[in-house]
Design a protein around this ligand. Structure first.
Ligand SMILES: [Zn+2]
Length: 408
């Protein structure tokens, strides 16, 4: 057993609403001049630095802020190739309709296991370097029994939050045989993928000819639930539609995108806030030049929200949660505190996890350090790489402490 005390934390955001002596005004459980003790990869103690218990090792955070690591609850990291040309075309006015996914499917099928594993590993490392400590990874660029199963096997090497998304789009070879593809997804493909997945997801989007209708999505999700998987839904991305209604009806943990919501959708999400989280993915609106969802309206209605990257080769090839927070604050009406909560406890809730998203004794030591004295800098210093995840267990050195304010 080895323990490390991190001290010199100018501002510690814990998200722990029960922490004694903390500032709970914005639900952040905030402490100044704080310390955290990590033992064997878990948080052992949190409190004022002056009261920190002894530990085997001491690390000076140097006047930086520490926050709970970001929980990126929606990503599509298992793919090969990129679609930068499609992005460039979109910026000149070509609309997004989900059709480009087929290009990523072709590149992914052509890649070897080793190539895919290296690509996923590089993307996960990129996320950690920007402060993310938990990531959900979907399949969905294989779209055959073997390619979906290997996508999930590779994803499971990097996270326990793996999601079977065989119902991402109907692959071109099934374009004239949609019912057969749904049968494949809910039969042989599900059987091959369920052992490697915790979740099942579906792109329920009547506005895309490539995605799935409400009835098809219900069949897919029901089959997944029968196979022991928990439910997530891509819904209401390209226009008003049935995604939210279906997610609430089936008790899905999350309905993601929520770009176009009716009053009824908002009311249903508010009524289901203990069960179903609305996960907002503003990097997609940025990258598709679409209107941003009104996060303020959702919070004010009592909807539980999360923020995630949706990192994928088509509609948002950014893995940056600080970028997502900046968009949520600038474009979606959230305060910096609300955005941080949505990207940590909110997204943890969307994964039905109580052990992540907060710096609390007993939780994994998922600490993210900011090269700044306060979490406010996350959106204030947009585009500047100030956030990074500390290695679990605290074995990483922090450098010179250049951010300690001179008057401390
Ligand atoms: Zn997605």
């Amino acid at each position: 057993m080895t323990s490390t005390v991190f001290f010199g934390i100018a501002e510690l955001v814990t998200n722990d609403e029960l922490l004694d002596g903390a500032d709970h005004s914005q639900h952040l459980g905030r402490l100044n001049d704080a310390a955290v003790v990590v033992q064997d990869g878990l948080i052992a103690w949190v409190g004022p630095a002056a009261q920190a218990p002894p530990a085997d090792d001491r690390q000076d955070v140097g006047g930086r802020a520490v926050i709970p690591g970001f929980v990126d609850s929606h990503s599509h990291l298992v793919f090969a190739g990129d679609r930068s040309a499609e992005f460039a075309a979109r910026m000149t006015g070509v609309p997004y309709d989900g059709g480009g996914i087929a290009a990523s499917v072709n590149a992914t099928r052509a890649a070897s296991d080793e190539e895919l594993r290296a690509l996923v590993g590089a993307r996960v490392a990129e996320m950690r370097a920007q402060g993310t400590t938990t990531v959900e990874i979907k399949s969905g660029y294989g779209l055959s029994v073997a390619d979906e199963a290997r996508s999930l096997r590779i994803a499971a090497e990097f996270t326990s939050e793996t999601t079977f998304l065989g119902a991402h789009v109907v692959p071109p070879e099934f374009a004239d045989r949609r019912p057969e593809y749904v049968e494949l997804v809910t039969g042989e493909m599900l059987a091959a993928c369920a052992p490697h997945a915790r979740w099942i997801d579906v792109f329920c989007e009547p506005h895309s000819a490539h995605a799935f209708s409400e009835d098809e999505a219900r069949v897919v999700l029901s089959a997944g639930r029968d196979a022991g998987l928990a439910l997530r839904v891509h819904g209401n991305q390209l226009g008003h539609g049935p995604g939210v209604r279906l997610a609430v009806e089936l008790g899905a943990a999350s309905v993601d995108h929520c770009t176009f919501l009716s009053e009824t959708d908002v009311e249903q999400l508010a009524a289901a806030s203990d069960t179903t989280v609305a996960t907002l993915l503003p990097g997609v609106e940025f990258s598709t030049r679409s209107p941003y969802p009104n996060a303020r309206r959702l919070l004010d209605a009592g909807v539980r929200i999360a923020l995630a990257s949706d990192c994928n080769p088509g509609t948002c090839y950014s893995s940056s949660m600080p970028f997502v927070l900046a968009l949520a604050v600038r474009e979606m009406g959230l305060t910096p505190a609300e955005a941080l909560l949505a990207a940590t406890v909110g997204s943890a809730k969307s994964l039905r996890r109580n052990d992540i998203g907060a710096i609390r004794p007993g939780n994994p030591a998922d600490l993210t350090v900011l090269d700044a004295p306060s979490y406010l800098h996350l959106s204030y210093r947009a585009g500047v790489p100030i956030a990074r995840a500390l290695a679990s267990g605290g074995c990483e050195r922090l450098g010179t402490g250049i951010h300690r304010p001179p008057d401390r």
